[in-house]
Design a protein around this ligand. Sequence first.
Ligand SMILES: *[C@@H]1O[C@H](CO)[C@@H](O)[C@H](O)[C@H]1NC(C)=O
Ligand SMILES: *[C@@H]1O[C@H](CO)[C@@H](O)[C@H](O)[C@H]1NC(C)=O
Ligand SMILES: *[C@@H]1O[C@H](CO)[C@@H](O)[C@H](O)[C@H]1NC(C)=O
Ligand SMILES: *[C@@H]1O[C@H](CO)[C@@H](O)[C@H](O)[C@H]1NC(C)=O
Length: 883
Amino acid sequence: MPFLRSTPPLGRRLASALFLLCFSLLLAQAQSANIARDNKPGKAGRERVSLTDGWKFSRFVSDPDSLSYHTTLKSWILPSANDFINGTKYKRPSGTPPGSKVKYVQISFDDNAWESVTLPHDWAIKGPFNAPGISGGMGRLPTNGVGWYRRKVTFSEADKGKSVFLDVDGAMSFAAVWLNGNLVGGWPYGYNSFRLDLTPYLKTGSDNLLAIRVENSHENSRWYPGAGIYRNVWLVKTSPTHVGQYGTYITTSDLSDKSATVRLVVDVQNDGTAAQNIEVDTEIREFNAATGQPGPHVVASFKQAKVNVAPGQKQPVSSSTKVASPQLWGPAPEQMPNMYIAITTLSVNSKVVDTYETPFGIRTITIDADKGVFVNGKPVRVYGSCNHHDHGSLGAAFNTRAAERQLEMLQEMGSNSIRTSHNPPAPELLDLADRLGMLVLDEIFDTWTYAKVADDFHTIFHDWSEADLRNFVRRDRNHPSIMAWSYGNELIEQNPNEPGFGQGSVLFRDMLRAEDPTRLSTIAMNYAWPGTPMADAVDIIGLNYQGEGQGLDTNGAFDPFHAAYPRKAIWSSESASALSTRGTYIFPVAAGNNAIVGGADAGGNDTALRVSAYELYAPAWGSSPDKVFEAQDRHGFVAGEFVWTGWDYLGEPTPYDAARSSYFGIIDLAGFKKDRFFLYQARWSPETKGAHLLPHWTWPGREGLVTPVHVFSSGDEAELFVNGKSAGRKTRGQYEYRFRWDDVLYQPGNVSVAVYKGGKEWGRDVKRTVGNAKKLDISADRTTIRGDGYDLSFITVAVVDGNGDIVPEAANAIDFSISGPGEIVSTDNGDPADMTPFPSLTRNAFSGLALAIVRSTKGADGNITVTASSNGLTKANVMIRAN
Ligand SMILES: *[C@@H]1O[C@H](CO)[C@@H](O)[C@H](O)[C@H]1NC(C)=O
Ligand SMILES: *[C@@H]1O[C@H](CO)[C@@H](O)[C@H](O)[C@H]1NC(C)=O
Ligand SMILES: *[C@@H]1O[C@H](CO)[C@@H](O)[C@H](O)[C@H]1NC(C)=O
Ligand SMILES: *[C@@H]1O[C@H](CO)[C@@H](O)[C@H](O)[C@H]1NC(C)=O
């Protein structure tokens, strides 16, 4: 969401509009199947062990060790040690590395009193809310402090002579790692993945102590960042001769029905003490991304390469081959996300020393200035959303099922794209996008040299930006789902009045082109204008809100940009920022199709901190969905949009700073659909039949009062009935995206709609006046889950009347209980202002609904029963099988 500036950037022809912007605009918000599956256990020469279990953890609110990155650790863990920056290899300062005397890194330290945790772990999500010194913008949860994680790791004698690496997919933030009291290294940017070489410090045949320290200030993010080791951690053991980190790069070209060219670069690394003659072989098989299994047949292979690699060196080996009758990867639903896998083996004297797998897809993506995105030559309009990285009440701790549910619901709405605002995602998210057929705009930075908040990325930009950028691309570039790179969001460097204006625009673009010549790159810009260095530099013009005529240019910035850059594609990298609270309707309803929240007449000033769900409201920089659709439809050359946001997220509770999570989502924080879901579905999935009517129809006290009725549907004609009597038939005209009857007088009974398309019935909906709450309804999104201590079932409870209709404003307190091999990890209801801690087993329903998230116990084989009860209501239970 938007970042508020205090000094206005002044554009030449757009100065006055810019002025408006400066108070409202800078939007910021934010967001890998094992790309290279680095690698599965059991493959010759390589072992990849999950280190998720067995950790001890302690959080310290004040500094326990004087090891802060900026004051102490920085010079010891600079990125040039990690091989991502060209030039002289980094050398450590002389002397004893910091921390070696700190008790938490000693194997002898007694950590029994520390909390036992499983990774991925987010120490802040349990709350309580209103953590001292943490803003509403950051979600009011206790993310600040120093966290220490400790774990014993045993290496057997068989590990002697191996290279052993620690791969951390993400730790928030300023991670530093010690093994047996030795500082190994670290990585400050909490969203990037990193590898450290443990080999010099490990002891075989005995216990080793791995200690990881992270630290977070009170002000390190504009949204909820999470805290701790919130992604997976792996131990990778290889022969000294092995495929390097992110050591394969696959590209595809010359596609036809008959064949496709596949190019491969393999980085062969020799960490041994003698030169090696190495044979490099790679075969390609089909890949079942759902099971992770390669197919039975080799569909192509690369000619064997022989390479001599000197000790301590890495050497790239390039080759190409053809795949016959390629099964292409493309976005769902129009195309199929078919995948392949390249299986690379390194051998010395015909003995396999390493095996490395790289899932990939065969596809081409082109992005045209006039016609938009093409995948495999077929046009794909970008129906996308921006999303931050959290999973609502589960926090930032990555969970594959939670992420899958997020993507599945977006796809159900007809969405084909996501933007990982504003940071590299978990590697598994990209695996999911590959598997489900979702295009990705993969984004890395929210800030460069200027601060948006005191302690954000700008504090490490100078030292780390290049390493972060190269690492990010090398990690992600084999994913077929990634259609473009974004290297910035609403950067202050857009502004020519800031010193250093535009620096980085060309530098990073060229770095991206060097790391991956197959994709275009962009920056999400919210007050750029044609002719400025940043707009000149980017390959794709990414506009946040400017196109719809908000902010910069009230006529919309699409035409001036298109005229100035006739060869660059344009898309709305961020659109709408529409606001609503699920199930809440506030009267009167705005007359037009776009209203700025700011007063009761706009539905946006409510003491309960709610925004009306007529889906007409936005903050000053944003627009209703309808207004965005019109702007897109009036500019056919625009490639599409990424809505701010698909899902609600923690933090940035615009327009009510007193709340703790956002109002922007099309789907609320609990995963319940707002009315807006159906407005987008009607546009993005026009072949989906149906009709969605709002508001609910239980309004004691509104008898005889104007109560507008709106209907979202892809039909072209609709008739409304109030208690069976027609309230008029309407045709939807050009630039109209909803049916609306704004003068309906409420009377109890029912309101229903019949929608037609081309004269044929297309869908119906009805809302009835409901009676008193009588009972609870319960349902699970999945009634069979894996008993792995990780899989989830999402349980929805509805408060219903005697007919089974949801009681629309029910707020009954619901008590959850569970028996069997599982636990309730969190509860939620989608209300951004609910300050009950997420682990609470009692949750008030909100607009009639509540959610409980159940996780299986590790090793579970049996039935889990979840019961919901509430005073005066018939209780309900649901059974989930875990095995
Ligand atoms: C830096 O390294 C990258 C990746 O190895 C390479 O593509 C690029 O050309 C190098 N840049 C310079 C300036 O040497
Ligand atoms: C609500 O109304 C008050 C008083 O009119 C105003 O000061 C405040 O800014 C409004 N808040 C929102 C979120 O519209
Ligand atoms: C709506 O009300 C009318 C008039 O009372 C009635 O005939 C009809 O059955 C009702 N429809 C529904 C779905 O309840
Ligand atoms: C779980 O429930 C199913 C269906 O009621 C039943 O068939 C099965 O025996 C139960 N399993 C266990 C382990 O209780």
